[in-house]
Design a protein around this ligand. Structure first.
Ligand code: GLA
Ligand code: ZN
Length: 663
């Protein structure tokens, strides 16, 4: 199977020259500036449908050929896009079925982008013909190194075609209506279905509170998007079997299960827009790192940083500029976590349209004498020095489970409070793990657990078939497992486990959860662990330690003295249970102990707050997001960016980064 395998670290941007077709001088100037900025890779034609097919069946590809030829002549490679992320108006007008229908049954008007039905045979037909034509004409063009299909797949369609496809999906999933009714517990509130035709997608005008239906619909939306991707990629794979296919994915995106979607892609691509300087950069950097680790784990391969901004975006409520140093630092962070390309949205600022004030490499002024352009050129220069990391993967002992299907269930949960905070909880654990100075894999519950020493599985409310058994085997074989409040409540259809929570993990964790108290926002309780009192919030499970040893207890309310932190030694490993959502200081202390139990060493010890380290290939990245200068103790080696010998106590300036090539 082809994959991302460029002969260089990619550097470039979304390139949308169809905006400037009446300005051949601009194409010429762009090529000059690309060379100057050290750019070698452009994503071309992402929303170009109207330019490519101005009227039904009449393709106009000559302008694109001229662009590809010119880029190739200048040594710039291309991810060629398929334009399905936005349609021409003529298509919506003549074939309204390509337009999406909302959950309330109303069909959208033409407009915006990402507004098409994934099921419509008419739309699939147009996409298939367009993609075959593009692949036929440009699939063997020497500039083209991969396919960027569509853009940021998202959303759902509730049209009758999608309803019929949903019913087919349900028949395949459940086989019989009896099985479906049992799995969804439809006997409650008289919801029993007696004919398949009664089934519809969840809607604010109809059924919204049947958790099994909601989950099935979310699974269907992922399945239907994946099916669309498969159809969209089919002509490309047929005509250009050696070119890898990707699409750009989004930050913390919960609508689609990316681990399922990634099966349709040859490599993962990511659009990264951290809101630097709008809150603590330390926290923002943790969230960015989490997303990069997830992207790398989708295919267990390096990914493309398909989009990022070279300066500011235009859609955050307040769009801060990157302070001096932050551009290089943030690009190095993506590289450190497994990116093999650094690309921006977009190359040249649009003159009009909704993103005309979005940062771009070339500003409205049109020349290279800008801070942003110099920042970009500096990254181009750095990437040439760091080519040695290309294609490499980190060695990882620690995995964090972030499971999208579990997220769906937790976010749809009614009780014991609103906003159970699944993603915030996962991120809190990520931060605590990252502060220990190690590489981290972000995986879901279907991934292979066997290579890790420690797995953190916060709030794993839903245990899909086989997961509890695999976690149990992981522990017995010597792994360290960390679970938290709201673990092991329900199966894949959101049916509660009978016989005591945490359900099938009860023996593994050695605890029984009898009750759970919910805390209001801002309300806390205390927990004593290792002689120190910490605060905790959101949920307090009241548990009985069976075979588990009690390591910490609640220190407030009527449950003071009851177990809160336990460890169950099992086989060669150990399973911890944290019965609440503890504060960051607790998690730091807790993971220090858990890492010791698991025998995991830090890459760099005694990390100052806000400094991240990660190792990729033979390079150790030390990155300072602390907001001030600091000092880290680095191993001996050569700084690949500056050529200096470093080692021992090493200063890291404000937003400073060191890439130490280890011997
Ligand atoms: C997304 C889209 C791009 C552009 C950028 C702006 O990532 O894929 O087309 O709209 O956002 O930040
Ligand atoms: Zn539809």
């Amino acid at each position: 199977m082809p994959t991302l395998n460029l002969p260089f670290l990619g550097h470039g941007a979304d390139y949308n020259p169809d905006q400037w077709r009446d300005r051949p001088d601009i194409l010429e100037e762009d090529v000059r500036l690309m060379k100057l900025a050290g750019c070698n890779l452009m994503s071309v034609g992402i929303f170009s449908w109207t330019a490519l097919e101005p009227e039904e069946g009449r393709y106009d590809f000559d302008w694109l050929e001229a662009v590809l030829d010119r880029l190739h002549g200048a040594g710039v490679s291309v991810f060629l896009a398929t334009p399905s992320g936005a349609r021409p108006a003529w298509m919506s007008q003549k074939y309204p079925e390509v337009l999406r229908v909302r959950a309330d049954g109303l069909r959208n008007f033409h407009g915006e982008r990402h507004n098409h039905c994934f099921t419509s045979p008419v739309y699939r037909g147009f996409v298939g013909r367009m993609n075959a034509a593009l692949a036929g004409r440009f699939g063997h063009h020497p500039a083209v190194v991969g396919w960027h299909i569509s853009n940021e797949y998202s959303g759902e369609c509730h049209c009758e075609l999608c309803q019929a496809a949903f019913r087919d999906f349900l028949k395949a999933e459940y086989g019989t209506l009896d099985a479906l009714n049992a799995a969804w517990w439809t006997g409650f509130w008289s919801k029993t279905y007696t004919d398949w035709s009664q089934l519809r997608s969840p809607s604010p005008m109809g059924e919204g509170a049947l958790h099994g239906l909601n989950l099935a619909w979310q699974r269907f939306c992922t399945r239907q998007t994946a099916d669309f991707i498969r159809a969209e990629a089919a002509p490309l794979r047929r005509l250009t079997p050696d070119l890898p296919v990707t699409t750009n994915l989004m930050e913390l995106f919960g609508q689609l299960n990316y681990f399922e979607l990634a099966k349709e892609l040859d490599f993962a691509s990511y659009d990264s827009y951290p809101a630097w300087h709008t809150a603590s950069d330390e926290w923002i950097a943790d969230v960015a790192a989490f997303n990069y680790d997830l992207m790398r784990c989708l295919k267990q391969r390096p990914f493309a940083l398909m989009e990022s901004t070279p300066s500011q975006v235009n859609w955050q409520s307040v769009c801060k500029l990157k302070k001096p140093g932050m551009h290089l630092l943030s690009c190095m962070q993506a590289l450190a976590h497994g990116a093999d390309t650094i690309q921006y949205f977009q190359w040249r600022k649009s003159r009009g349209g909704s993103e005309k004030f979005h940062g771009a490499v070339v500003d409205h002024v049109g020349h290279e004498h800008t801070r942003t352009f110099r920042d970009v050129a500096q990254v181009g220069d750095a990437l040439k020095k760091l080519d040695g990391v290309r294609g490499t993967m980190p060695r990882v002992d620690v995995a964090l489970i972030c499971d999208t299907e579990n997220r769906w269930a937790v976010e749809d949960c009614q009780g014991p409070r609103r906003n159970l905070g699944y993603i915030p909880t996962v991120l809190e654990h990520y931060r605590a793990l990252s502060r220990r100075g190690v590489n981290i894999d972000v995986i879901d519950s279907t991934c292979d657990f066997s290579g890790y020493r420690l797995i953190a599985a916060p709030m794993l409310y839903m245990l899909r078939p086989g997961v509890a058994g695999r976690l149990d085997a992981f522990v017995r074989n010597g792994g360290v497992l960390v679970c938290t409040a709201m673990t092991g409540r329900a199966d894949r259809d959101d049916l509660c486990f009978l016989g005591g929570f945490p359900g099938p993990l009860r023996d593994t964790l050695g605890v029984w959860i009898e009750e759970v108290d919910a805390l209001a926002d801002g309300e806390t309780q205390s927990v004593a662990f290792d002689g120190v009192e910490y605060t905790c919030s959101t949920l307090c499970d009241l548990i009985h330690a069976g075979t588990a040893r009690v390591l910490g207890a609640y220190a407030s309310d009527f449950y003071a003295g009851r177990p809160c932190v336990t460890r169950n030694d099992l086989g060669d490993g150990a399973a911890y249970y944290i019965a609440t959502r503890p504060d960051a200081d607790f998690l730091d202390a807790f993971y220090r102990a858990a890492f010791e139990r698991a025998g995991i060493a830090s890459l760099v010890g005694g990390l100052p707050r806000g400094v991240q380290v990660t190792r990729r290939g033979d390079a150790l990245f030390a990155m300072n997001f602390s907001g001030g200068p600091c000092t880290v103790t680095l191993p001996e080696g050569v700084d690949a960016l500056t050529g200096e010998r470093v080692g021992g106590e090493t200063p890291l300036g404000l937003y400073g980064v060191r890439v130490v090539r280890l011997p």
